[in-house]
Design a protein around this ligand. Structure first.
Ligand SMILES: Cc1cc2nc3c(=O)[nH]c(=O)nc-3n(C[C@H](O)[C@H](O)[C@H](O)COP(=O)(O)OP(=O)(O)OC[C@H]3O[C@@H](n4cnc5c(N)ncnc54)[C@H](O)[C@@H]3O)c2cc1C
Length: 306
């Protein structure tokens, strides 16, 4: 049986991607987690979320680009998304990955590209969330974010921290002082024990510590999780501290726990759904499989059925 780390390893291997993509069932399965391949296909999903009182975050999938030209095309796509949000009056912001903007080629290129998108968002009164990738790029992602944050406002650009990283509580303490809008999540990559807690309980305990720090800071943060324990801990803490529902938002992924998304939104909590789309769905999809063994069985059943 494929383990979490084996799936995460596979997520980074292009050869496997090309092999897997030949099977139409595999592509079909991606639709559970990926809203479509083009911007036009995704807009109706976001509109539907908005009618259910959920906001969204567009994510164009294409991490680790290999040329400056490709990175430039990603910038163009995000400028198109921001224009589309305005034109269609959607309640949505955008999430970007710095490797998508050329971080692996040249950090300065990634900064300049991210800057163009944040500047556009600023002009349109929108917001850019810088996703966090694997621990090789944690520091450079934070450094680039700080440069952006120094130039733009609190409500123009935010960042993500991962509670499985040992360094995260320190990072959170430093970043809230800027101040900065932070999305806390558990973390989705394959990390060695030197940098990340191998034990889920430590990741969860750290999540609660960071969540409490964020909620106490008075800034509007994102609590990204599908874990009922983390959600209950957030609601309990906020209630105890007299922190209103309007002061933070829950965030979940497209295709995961739609029932819980609807429930929280009906209960009056702010709910944002992260909606990925694009042709380069493979690494994102594999990370979602790795998060939950039942998803792997779902794939295996379809393979066996032919
Ligand atoms: C809005 C958002 C943005 C994110 N951004 C980043 C980022 O920038 N960087 C990063 O490293 N990670 C990111 N993640 C992923 C995150 O780090 C986790 O890998 C993911 O959210 C699973 O963790 P969990 O908190 O849901 O808890 P878990 O303990 O993993 O899961 C709790 C429960 O949620 C359900 N669940 C969780 N995942 C799945 C799934 N894939 N399919 C079906 N059910 C599932 C299951 O019922 C599970 O028992 C993001 C997650 C969200 C929601």
């Amino acid at each position: 049986m494929l383990t979490r780390s084996a799936l995460l390893w596979l997520s980074g291997h292009e050869g496997v991607k090309d092999f897997a993509a030949r099977f139409s069932f595999f592509k079909k399965l991606t639709s559970r987690f990926v809203a479509g391949e083009t911007l036009d296909e995704v807009v109706p999903f976001i509109r539907e979320l908005n009618t259910e009182n959920c906001s969204a975050s567009f994510d164009h999938l294409n991490e680790s680009v290999e040329s400056a030209v490709e990175a430039g095309r990603e910038v163009e796509e995000y400028l198109k998304i921001l224009a589309q949000i305005d034109q269609s009056k959607l309640r949505s912001n955008v999430s970007i990955k710095l490797t998508q903007f050329g971080l692996g080629l040249d950090p300065e290129l990634a900064y300049q590209n991210a800057r163009r998108v944040v500047e556009e968002a600023h002009g349109r009164g929108n917001f850019v969330r810088v996703d966090m990738e694997d621990s090789n790029v944690t520091q450079v992602t934070i450094d680039i974010f700080k440069r952006l944050r120094a130039e733009f406002g609190l409500n123009d650009v935010g960042i993500v921290l991962q509670s499985y990283l040992r360094r995260t509580l320190d990072d959170a303490q430093e970043l809230v002082k800027l101040p900065a809008r932070i999305r806390i999540c558990k973390g989705a990559y394959n990390e060695p024990p030197e940098v990340a807690f191998p034990d889920k309980k430590d990741t969860d305990d750290n999540y609660v510590k960071v969540m409490q720090l964020l909620l106490s800071s008075g800034v509007y943060h994102g609590i990204a999780t599908h874990d009922p324990k983390m959600i209950d801990a957030t609601i309990d803490f906020a209630t105890r501290e007299g922190i209103g529902k309007e002061k933070y938002e829950f965030q979940m992924l497209y295709g995961v726990r739609r029932d819980l998304q609807r429930q929280l939104s009906r209960d009056g909590f702010n709910m944002r759904v992260y909606v990925p789309y694009g042709k380069h769905w493979y690494p994102y999809f594999m990370r979602r499989l790795a998060e939950r063994p039942a998803n792997i069985w779902f794939v295996m059943k379809n393979v066996l059925k032919g």
